[in-house]
Design a protein around this ligand. Structure first.
Ligand code: MN
Ligand code: MN
Length: 467
């Protein structure tokens, strides 16, 4: 239809009415690049299931791109590329820009911890002819989803001599797995009466871990045999579980979903799906004008506490020390810094349409989701980004063909959630939440769209290189 044939109403509508476009409509040529990009993203997922795994894998990528280890107090100069390894559980990648750092740092912050089952300090027992390992779940899980699925054990143990050993069982195809039992439907009468949230209780999340006795004479011989197998493999005793950090995570590998291969199912998209684009974006930069920083935080799923969570002073200490090294005022640096708090959004799901308000929901394949505010019950506990800052970010995205959309987390008063945004903005840094929409968030196997993942990479590159 030519312009002449359009009615005045149609023309006015084009001018005034916002129409959300999918990535297919807005950037039809991105598909091949997005699919190729996500092959490496799947490797990151398979190698980065816990914060320790993700930190180690990311350091490898950073070193391969010329990043060197940074220690607080080190001298820095323009062009330097550093990684700061916070206790093997959180990582800061940064490049010193060519312009005055007092113009501010372009920061992105994602998290690399994901919901899972952590092992208790005194975990091993036997019952009913089986050995079990007790867990305390980490983060917001629907407990019933963690039964009857393949689980792997990841983490570390400190031995009595002070040495530490890394533990990983269940990721190779011929490794044994761990498993949480569920009741058969035939005998589930009592379970069916319960609220779905109580169908499996926290103390039922016990890992089935063996059934062979060490001998037929000793008491608790099945437990003893399990401890012996741990001792044979790692040199550890039961006492060493008390100085360990072990987690059961889904043993699934990242796989494509759908015949068109447009989606990826994996454990831990929340929030590796934002962490990975941060890394690829910063590794793609050679000589940025602005100083740029990618943060991979720990402990987001339990409130960002502790020295590896986003509330740690390590964040401001790094900014203070690099500012001081350049002879600049860290308070001015922070006040002019800008941040994308990079965390996943809830993708609209037509199977649960009642939980969403569709005009303000993130749609799959419609690009990354910008949440001006999060929170719950009247925006409580939110970082509410200013309209000015959202306007600035919107322009960066639009100028660089980033497919993006605005969203909230579900209907008003349906629930809610938070991110690290508020812990960064309270340091006097303009911050807004941006992330990839996820289907079945916090489930053992979550789903995202490849085009959305790729747009997250495009978004971070655009943000880091914006004037
Ligand atoms: Mn998250
Ligand atoms: Mn989460």
């Amino acid at each position: 239809m030519s312009e002449k044939e359009k009615s005045a109403g149609e023309l006015l509508k084009e001018k005034l009415v916002y129409k959300k476009k999918t990535a297919f409509e807005k950037c039809p040529d991105d598909k091949d690049a997005a699919y190729a990009y996500c092959e490496d993203y799947k490797k990151f997922l398979d190698n980065g299931k816990t914060e320790r795994d993700a930190t180690a894998y990311s350091i490898g990528l950073a070193k391969a791109h010329g990043f060197r280890e940074y220690k607080l107090g080190m001298k820095v100069k323009a062009g330097d590329k550093f990684y700061y390894d916070n206790r093997g559980k959180s990582l800061y990648l940064f490049i010193i820009g060519s312009e005055d750092i007092e113009n501010g740092i372009a920061i992105t912050a994602a998290h690399i911890d994901s919901p899972r089952l952590d092992i208790k300090a005194n975990p091993v027992y036997e019952a009913g002819g089986m050995a079990f390992i007790k867990t305390h779940y980490y983060g917001g899980i629907k407990k019933y989803q963690w039964t009857a699925i393949p689980l792997a054990l990841h983490g570390m143990v400190t031995l009595s001599d002070g040495k530490t050993v890394d533990v990983i069982i269940g990721e190779n195809d011929d490794d044994p797995l761990f498993y949480v039992n569920d009741i058969l439907p035939h005998l589930a009468k009592d379970q069916y009466q319960k609220h779905v949230g109580d169908a499996i209780e926290g103390e039922q999340l016990n890992l089935l871990s063996g059934s062979v006795p060490f001998d037929n004479e000793t008491s608790e011989a099945i437990k003893l045999n399990l401890l012996k197998l741990f001792n044979d493999k790692y040199g550890m005793t039961e006492y060493d579980f008390q100085a360990a950090e072990l987690s059961a995570v889904p043993a699934y590998k990242a796989r494509d979903i759908g015949l068109d291969r447009s989606l990826i199912a994996a454990y831990g998209h929340d929030d590796k799906v934002c962490a990975y684009p941060e890394i690829t974006a910063i590794l793609s930069l050679e000589h940025p004008k602005k100083t740029v920083m990618s943060i991979l935080a720990d402990k987001e799923e339990t409130g960002s506490n502790g020295n590896t969570g986003m509330k740690t002073s390590a964040f401001c200490d790094i900014i203070a020390d690099i500012s001081a090294s350049l002879g600049k005022n860290e308070r001015i640096v922070r006040s002019n810094s800008v941040c994308l708090s990079a965390d996943v959004a809830a993708a609209y799901d037509p199977n649960f349409a009642g939980a969403y308000e569709i005009n303000n929901s993130a749609l799959i394949n419609s690009g990354i989701a910008l949440c001006k505010y999060t929170g719950a019950r009247g925006k409580s506990d939110t970082n509410d980004a200013s309209g000015e800052y959202v306007g600035k970010i919107r322009k960066i995205f639009d100028d660089n063909n980033v497919v993006w959309q605005s969203c909230e987390l579900g209907k008003v008063d349906q629930g809610g959630g938070g991110t690290v945004a508020k812990y960064i903005s309270e340091k006097n840094i303009d911050t807004v939440d941006v992330g990839v929409p996820v289907i079945s968030m916090h489930a053992p196997y979550e789903v995202v769209s490849k085009l959305d993942v790729y747009n997250m990479h495009k978004a971070v590159v655009a943000f880091y290189t914006a004037e």
